[in-house]
Write a protein that binds this ligand. Structure first.
Ligand SMILES: [Zn+2]
Ligand SMILES: [Zn+2]
Length: 462
């Protein structure tokens, strides 16, 4: 009997400790949360106000990413996220302003939807693909659809962003869709931007920029390569760097800067509108507020206006879908990718399907052993380049042994209340829920047991 009680009390103590340690780790302040795997990256959505650091390059191929509204710090640690695919907008709605300070409730898409009081740094996005179809006001960007009071620094982006839309206000930015009161620094973007307005009847406000499409983010030491395609039946605001520079809200008199930045590329566009604006320039399409410093910039940019409004503008028009593939293998230094080349025109080609770097990892050193409850963590060091790669080892399958002592026959009914300890394979959320439920149950049983022991001992003493 006594042994049974001890077992119960020990189990109870274990669950209480496990519960407490979970609480502590979830609340830990100051130290960044390490991201090693796809699942770790997906878990950022569960805590959007924390510090994160990327420990590995991560391939997101085959996963549809939901943009995260984020108020934390994300350090890419000079690692890359490959093949991120975004097709939806995030949940937060923010106000955007057009050139007449008319306001719009707007949704956003990118790696992040809305950034506020956030820092994103040292992050590479390789082959990001944002493809959004909307009937509401919407802005898309690679790092974020919207960025306010946030900084983006030392990032590198290559990818394609496409917005198909029939709204009054919308835009596509190579780094950020819409934003202000923040900065983009030392960041390179090599982007193909496509914006197609499907509402031919109503005039709209449309924005495109290789850096950001509208707002007043400060820019320093950036390099933008843009290949833009903009089909609009309203008012076009296109810039190699910024579509429209506007201090918002009305009355804001901030003195910002656009410095030391180079823009290369072309925007091909049409503006199907008798009330002509057709803003399209190398740096800033339309300037609403000439309040910013502007030094050290250069460009090699082509404004390519098309007057045929019958056909939406795209990088490529062949319809056969007849592409040849050439796979470029990855190395220690470079990600691999596939070059798709059109066999019909023999001209158009694009890169996609990036693959992780190919390091030669010798024996892995264990940082944390896997247990029956927790995955383990090991580190490999590349013998060629010295890169460190972290490997997750799976939870250890528990071997269920027969209990050492056979339970006395007169209390045969009791074991039914003892929680099962089979290896837990469910998702972490389910596991935690179970831990709480089982923990609660065990605590109750334990308390009853403890009272029983006390009573039992009390009697014995007498
Ligand atoms: Zn072709
Ligand atoms: Zn290597």
């Amino acid at each position: 009997m006594k042994k049974n009680f001890k077992l119960l009390l020990t189990t109870m103590a274990f669950f209480v400790l496990a519960f407490m340690s979970f609480r502590i780790s979830a609340k830990a302040d100051g130290e960044a949360i390490n991201i090693y795997t796809v699942d770790d990256l997906l878990a950022v959505s569960e805590n959007t106000n924390a510090d994160y650091i990327l420990m590995n390059d991560i391939d997101m191929a085959g996963i549809e990413w939901t943009p995260i509204d984020f108020t934390g710090n994300f350090d890419g640690n000079n690692h890359a996220i490959l093949n991120l695919s975004v097709k939806s907008t995030s949940t937060e709605i923010r106000t955007t302003y057009d050139g007449n300070y008319k306001t719009y409730d707007t949704c956003f898409a990118g790696l992040f939807g809305v950034l506020e009081n956030a820092t994103i740094k040292n992050l590479t996005l390789k082959g990001i693909n944002v493809t959004v179809n909307k009937e509401e006001p919407c802005f898309i960007g690679s790092i974020a659809g919207f960025s306010e009071k946030s900084s983006i620094e030392n990032c590198s982006i290559d990818g394609t962003l496409r917005l198909d839309v029939s709204a009054k206000m919308f835009g596509v930015g190579g780094i950020v869709g819409y934003g202000g009161d923040g900065s983009i620094t030392s960041t390179n973007a090599d982007v193909t931007l496509i914006c197609i307005d499907h509402d031919k009847e109503n005039r709209d406000e449309q924005f495109m920029g290789g850096g950001y499409s509208a707002g007043y983010l400060d820019v320093d030491k950036c390099f933008i390569k843009i290949d833009g395609y903009d089909s609009d039946h309203g008012y076009v605001h296109d810039g190699g760097l910024v579509g429209m520079y506007i201090l918002y809200p009305l009355g804001n008199n901030y003195a910002g800067y656009i410095n030391n930045t180079r823009v290369e590329g072309m925007i091909t566009f049409f503006e199907d509108n008798t009330d002509r604006r057709a803003y399209c320039k190398d740096f800033i399409g339309e300037v609403m507020n000439w309040t910013y410093e502007y030094v050290g910039n250069s460009s090699d940019f082509t404004r390519n206006e098309i007057k045929d409004y019958s056909k939406d503008l795209l990088p490529h028009y062949c319809e056969g879908g007849n592409f040849s593939k050439e796979v470029i293998e990855s190395t220690c230094d470079e990600f691999g990718y596939t070059v798709y080349k059109c066999n019909d025109c023999n001209e158009y080609s694009y890169k996609a399907d990036y693959t992780l770097k190919n390091h030669k990892l010798g024996e892995l050193s264990v940082i944390e052993e896997a247990t029956t409850e927790k995955e383990g963590l090991s580190k490999g060091v590349c013998s060629d380049c010295g890169a460190e790669v972290y490997v997750i080892t799976p939870v250890v399958e528990e071997i269920i042994e027969e209990p050492e002592e056979i339970v006395e026959p007169d209390i045969v009914s009791e074991p039914e209340t003892v929680p099962e300890t089979k290896p837990v394979k469910e998702e972490e959320g389910d596991t935690l829920l179970k831990v709480f439920l089982i923990g609660g149950l065990v605590i109750c049983i334990g308390l009853v047991a403890a009272i029983a022991v006390v009573l039992f001992r009390g009697r014995k003493k007498r």
